[in-house]
Design a protein around this ligand. Structure first.
Ligand code: ADP
Ligand code: 3PG
Ligand code: MG
Length: 399
């Protein structure tokens, strides 16, 4: 589906105008404050460069982490300044605060060809509260508003929705336009059969997605940590595996009603498990989907990989959210996810990956370049594919 909102391409002359631009620079940092994955910076670069080409001055604003309304030194946006400046090939000036005197001083010093960056929006609790006064204050810093923060488009925060009450035009950037168009392909007219791979954890976010795709897709394959909650719901032993007890009932409900759904639900048939008494040394593969006491499920097993890969061969479209093992914990638990990524890379099917950890798992596997689309959004991509209207899109000017 074409993006139904105005974009940067609907603006012509931005000469000397300050474009208040919401980006999602919530990037992972290492212990010495280095950016470990700059995908989100790269993804926003085309929009920022285009603003400069049109004579505008990008004034960027983002959140970083969840500082809960106070200044947390480790969550300043300073670490992105240097990589961003290198990427854009122009100076990036950062303010020590999001609004107020230091922000104004920085903005006053901006020259055409330079980029301004406000401090972490979430140092102010008013951001998450979508506070009207704070929104007005943010809006007063720019001449018009642009949103290219796809990863945060599902949040109705001041910098995303509130600000548009006070600033116009309000348009989208190239990243959210591209994300919208690729993700709505999965949502509205996927090449059939549509197969959905769901792993990772956080059942609160993912159960609605499982239910949605059991209605919409031909096959839903579940792996990763959330499979153990399903195993528990089925009455299996799961040993020391990571389960989410609050969701066992809902998982059981899905299992008991699985015949009523259009889609087939596939669960792991074996697991790679870790002996929790062995100092992280001893691992083995189970022959069933049951896990003994003292052992923890860390990845899907080889039989499951084979079963899922066989299914995927006939897929027309694949949507994947959530890694199938604790790939980020130990290389030994990345095998299942990597094997699935390798399989997907060799398919004709359009493969769309959404989710923060999913995207890094796929990149780590080395097959990312061979897939159709890797979203920069986690929660936002999940909501979009299951038909929830994103607050950040809604408020932008219609085409
Ligand atoms: P995404 O960010 O892509 O939506 P999630 O945040 O839901 O994905 O899940 C990613 C997390 O799930 C990772 O930290 C990974 O280590 C964890 N995980 C996946 N499989 C397992 C498993 N078998 N045991 C423990 N943790 C797992
Ligand atoms: C993300 O990383 O998923 C986005 O930046 C949104 O962050 P949030 O879940 O803290 O709102
Ligand atoms: Mg995650």
């Amino acid at each position: 589906m074409k993006f139904p909102k105005k974009t940067l391409d609907d603006l012509t002359d931005l000469k000397g105008k300050i474009v208040l631009t919401r980006v999602d620079f919530n990037v992972p940092l290492d212990s010495s404050q280095g950016v470990t994955d700059s995908t989100r910076l790269e993804a926003a670069a085309p929009t920022i460069k285009r603003i400069i080409e049109l004579g505008g001055i990008p004034l960027l604003m983002s959140h970083m982490g969840r500082p809960a309304g106070q200044v947390v030194e480790e969550l300043r946006l300073a670490p992105v300044v240097e990589p961003l400046s290198r990427l854009l090939g122009c100076p990036v000036k950062a303010a020590r605060d999001t609004v107020g005197e230091s922000a104004r001083q920085m903005i006053d010093s901006l020259q055409p060809g330079e980029v301004g960056l406000l401090e972490n929006l979430r140092f102010h609790s008013e951001e998450k509260q979508n506070d009207r006064e704070f929104s007005r204050e943010l809006a007063s810093l720019g001449d018009l508003y642009l949103n290219d923060a796809f990863g945060t488009a599902h949040r109705a925060h001041a910098s995303i929705t509130g600000v548009t009450e006070f600033l116009s035009p309000a348009v989208g950037g190239y990243l959210i336009e591209a994300e919208f168009e690729k993700l709505t392909e999965v949502r509205d007219n996927p090449e059939r059969p549509l197969m959905v791979l769901l792993g990772g954890a956080k059942l609160a976010d993912k159960l609605p997605v499982i239910k949605h795709f059991l209605e919409q897709a031909e096959v839903v394959m579940v792996g990763g940590a959330m499979a153990y909650t399903f195993a528990l719901a089925r009455g299996n032993s799961v040993g020391e595996s990571r389960v989410e007890p609050d969701f066992v009932d809902e998982a059981r409900d899905i299992l008991e009603n699985r015949d009523r759904f259009k889609g087939e639900l596939l669960l792991p048939v074996d697991n790679l498990i870790l002996d929790t008494t062995s100092d992280g040394q001893r691992i083995k593969t189970t022959t069933t989907d049951s896990i003994d006491e003292g052992w923890e499920g860390m990845d899907i097993g080889p039989k499951t990989v084979e079963k899922f890969c066989q299914q995927l061969e006939s897929a027309g479209t694949v949507f994947w959210n959530g890694p199938f093992g604790a790939f980020d914990y130990d290389e030994r638990f990345a095998r299942g996810t990597r094997k699935i990524a390798e399989k997907l890379a060799g398919l004709e099917a359009k493969v769309v990956v959404g989710g923060g950890d999913s995207a890094s798992a796929v990149k780590q596997s080395g097959f990312a370049d061979q897939l159709y689309h890797i979203s920069t959004g986690g929660g936002a991509s999940l909501q979009l594919v299951r038909g929830v209207e994103l607050p950040g899109f809604k408020v932008l000017d219609d085409k």
